[in-house]
Write a protein of this length. Structure first.
Length: 368
C-alpha cells in the first residue's frame, strides 16, 4: 500500500481502524526543533471523534506515544515515530463485509487489489481513522513552520447548501488563521453555524449523510517556492490532499470558476507595495506556473457525503455472484467535513515544510 508522502520530509502512516494501533513515522525533520506536546494534543483534539454531536459516537482518547526522534523536548534528527492505541472498536459491526462490499467504500476495490486479504473492519487502512497520525505529523510541522513565519488555517466553507463566507485572498493575516484553529466549529461567520448543524442533523435523522467543502490558506510563504510542470506546489499539494479519505475535488484560487472568465478578468495585476511585488487581487490563489508568488496560498477541498449511511442499499455477494441488499452497522460521521479542517491543515503543513526544506537544501547545494 502507498502510505508514504514527501521527499525531504517523509511521512509514513500505518495501522487499521480496528487493529491494535495506528501511528506514523516522520523522517527528515531538522534536529534541535523544540516540540510542545500540549500544542500537539490540542490540534489532535480538534479532529478526535466523539467530541461533537456532528461526529461519530466512537470515542477515542488519541493520546500519542512517542517511540523515537524526540529527547528532552527537542527533535534529535532521527525518525520521529509515534503510536496511538485503538481503544473503542466494535468489529462485530463489520461481519460479512469481506463478501458484501459497501457502496461508496473501498471494500470491493481493496478486495480486488489485495486478493481479499485487506482488513475491512471499520474500513481498515482506508479508514478516516488514519487521519489521526496525519494530524499528529501536521501538528509537529506546524510548530516548525510557525518559527519560520508560516501559518496555515482553514474553515468549513460549505455543508450541503449552508455556506460560510470565503477568505479574503489578499488581506489575510496569520492572526485570523490562528483564531480559526481555536474555534470549536471553524467558521469565519459564526451565524453560519446553525444552518450547517441543521443540515448535518437533518441528514443524520434521515439515516443519511451530507458532504462539504473545506477552504484552507497559507500565509508567510516566500515567492519562488515550487517547480514548473509536475513539481508544482499545486501538483504536490493536490496529490497529498487526495490521500485524505472522502476528498473528491481540489481547486486553487478561482479554480473551476476561472473557466467562465475572460483572461483580462482572471489575471492578477502586479503592483509594488512596500518595495515588494504583490498582486492587486489573488484569483490565482498564490501560485503561477506551479511556483508561489508571495501572495496567500488559497485552496479548497471537496468532501463527498460519508459513504456509510443507515439505509438499505444494493450490493453483491462476491462468493456467490448474486445481488444482495445490505444494511450497514457501525458508528459513522454524518458529515466528515466538520472534523476534516485540521486534517486539511495538516496536509498543508506537511507539504509546505517538505517544499521549504527542499528549497533550502537546493540553495546549499548551489552555494547561495
Amino acid at each position: 500500500m502507498s502510505s508514504t508522502i514527501g521527499n525531504r520530509v517523509r511521512l509514513s502512516i500505518f495501522g487499521e481502524s480496528h487493529g491494535e494501533a495506528i501511528g506514523c513515522v516522520l523522517d527528515g525533520l531538522p534536529a534541535g526543533e523544540p516540540l510542545c506536546m500540549e500544542e500537539i494534543l490540542r490540534q489532535m483534539d480538534r479532529r478526535a471523534p466523539g467530541r461533537d454531536q456532528t461526529a461519530t459516537t466512537r470515542r477515542e482518547s488519541d493520546v500519542p506515544r512517542l517511540v523515537s526522534g524526540v529527547l528532552n523536548g527537542r527533535t534529535t534528527g532521527a525518525p520521529l515515530a509515534m503510536v496511538i492505541r485503538n481503544e473503542n472498536q466494535r468489529s462485530g459491526d463489520y461481519q460479512n463485509l469481506e463478501i458484501l462490499p459497501r457502496p461508496g467504500h473501498a471494500d470491493f476495490t481493496g478486495h480486488v487489489r489485495y486478493n481479499g486479504y485487506n482488513d475491512v473492519r471499520g474500513g481498515g487502512h482506508f479508514s478516516g481513522r488514519l487521519t489521526a497520525p496525519l494530524v499528529f505529523a501536521g501538528a509537529v510541522c506546524r510548530q516548525i513552520l510557525r518559527r519560520r513565519g508560516v501559518s496555515v488555517g482553514g474553515h468549513i466553507l460549505r455543508i450541503a447548501d449552508a455556506a460560510d463566507e470565503a477568505f479574503d485572498p489578499v488581506n489575510l493575516s496569520s492572526q485570523l488563521l490562528e483564531e480559526l484553529a481555536a474555534r470549536p466549529f471553524s467558521l469565519l461567520r459564526a451565524k453560519a453555524e446553525p444552518a450547517m448543524r441543521n443540515a448535518v442533523e437533518a441528514a443524520r435523522m434521515a439515516a443519511d449523510s451530507v458532504g462539504g467543502v473545506v477552504e484552507c490558506a497559507v500565509v508567510g510563504l516566500p515567492a519562488g517556492l515550487g517547480e514548473p510542470n509536475f513539481g508544482g506546489v499545486e501538483n504536490v499539494l493536490s496529490s497529498n490532499l487526495f490521500g485524505i479519505p472522502a476528498v473528491k475535488g481540489v481547486e486553487f484560487g478561482n479554480g473551476f470558476a476561472a473557466a467562465s472568465l475572460f483572461g483580462s478578468e482572471n489575471n492578477d495585476p502586479f503592483e509594488i507595495e512596500d518595495g515588494e511585488v504583490k498582486t492587486a487581487k489573488n484569483d490565482a490563489g498564490g501560485v503561477n506556473g506551479g511556483i508561489t508568488n508571495g501572495m496567500p496560498l488559497i485552496f479548497r477541498a471537496a468532501f463527498k457525503p460519508t459513504a456509510s449511511v443507515f439505509k438499505e442499499q444494493d450490493s453483491v455477494d462476491l462468493e456467490n455472484g448474486v445481488g444482495r441488499r445490505l444494511l450497514i452497522k457501525g458508528r459513522h460521521d454524518p458529515c466528515v467535513a466538520v472534523r476534516a479542517v485540521p486534517v486539511v491543515e495538516s496536509v498543508a503543513y506537511l507539504t509546505v515544510l517538505d517544499l521549504l526544506l527542499g528549497a533550502e537544501k537546493d540553495k546549499l547545494n548551489r552555494g547561495y
